[in-house]
Design a binder for this molecule. Sequence first.
Ligand SMILES: *Cc1c(COP(=O)(O)O)cnc(C)c1O
Length: 427
Amino acid sequence: MSHKSRVFGDRPLAPETLMMGYGYDPTLSEGSIKAPIFQTSTFVFRSAEDGKRFFEVAYGLREKDPEEALGLIYSRINNPNLEILEDRLAVWDGADKALVFSSGMAAISTTILALSRPNDVVVYTAPAYGGTEYLFDRILPRMGVATVSVADDDCGAALTRAINAAAEQAKARGGRVAAVYVETPANPTNQLIDLEAAAAAIKALGQAEPPPLVVDNTFLGPLWQKPLAHGADLILYSLTKYVGGHSDLIAGACLGRADLMGRVAEMRTICGTITDPHTAWLLMRSLETLHIRMERSQVNAMELVKRLRGHPKVEGVLDAGGVETTPAQQAIFARQCTGTGSTFSLRLKGGEAEAFRMLNALKLFKLAVSLGGTESLVSHPSSTTHSDYSPEAKTRCGIGDNLVRLSVGIENVDDLYADLVQALDAI
Ligand SMILES: *Cc1c(COP(=O)(O)O)cnc(C)c1O
């Protein structure tokens, strides 16, 4: 079976099977069962003609022949560890191509730079990850790119109105709508955005080159939400979270349609936002256990959600599409997601003082930002990750002082529950 085969006879192989060997040919590396780390800055060309051919393709001077392998040039452009990792990441989402970056923010900013020009308008959903919000709210406007933030209602109507308003604004500025950027579920509220409604609103614009629908899939992907199947054009990840999964690295990815990915690749090469071979190697190791880690942490989280609902100190439990959400949210969940993941928030009875007493009393849950690791973490969004939101924005997005976000790991669930109960008692 070839190392690039995704089928076994006529049987398509599942992603968790492909993670063990897909894209790696051991005969090129002394039979090594695992890909060695190609810790090198540059690659030796076999001939001057090869060097010329490789650069023609890398710099877009000519199209690559379908049969031609893009030669290795320099580790800011490509590297075997990155190429294998990118092939494996693309499998999970059914993407034409994936590119890996030095952080989630490197992936997001490089992708948005690749898509926008001065006078363009970018629409994005709120609440968004803090770094993303900063990029859109403070940095892009400095470069002549206007941005429109929208807290969507349940049915996509607010997002549709914002996309139409952005098109008007773009026309007046002599630009285009460059992208529609969606984070779903939203951090930390788990509010879902209807991707099919967003894709329909983009189509209805009738813009000559429709703006790509770009989805940050960090929270539920790549297992529980497949945005490309719901009208998205590009997917972004902070690989730091579930994909890395051990809280020991920072990385990001962009995946999607080949034509758009070409533009993102150009920008990554020039901005130098690629990751390094060692991080790529760690991510390949992580991908081998991705499904069991995500499955187990989800089982744990679902059990904790069940036990904590109705606890006398808990006002509400915010899980994606959960029983406390609206019927419209539950309908989006049913169409778009196959699991609730393992990051959810508690609205405590009381305010910041009560939340802090609980956070300070936890023993197993570590008090840290980030999520998606094997260990359980807890954070207070209002005073940390979302502290630069105005009081109005916090209210609009539902980020109160009594909100505590939990990222559930793969520990024993009864141990985790005991820790939460004693911390709630300490309020
Ligand atoms: C963490 C995170 C990011 C940023 O990723 P980094 O790897 O920290 O740069 C972007 N989006 C979401 C949803 C995140 O959770």
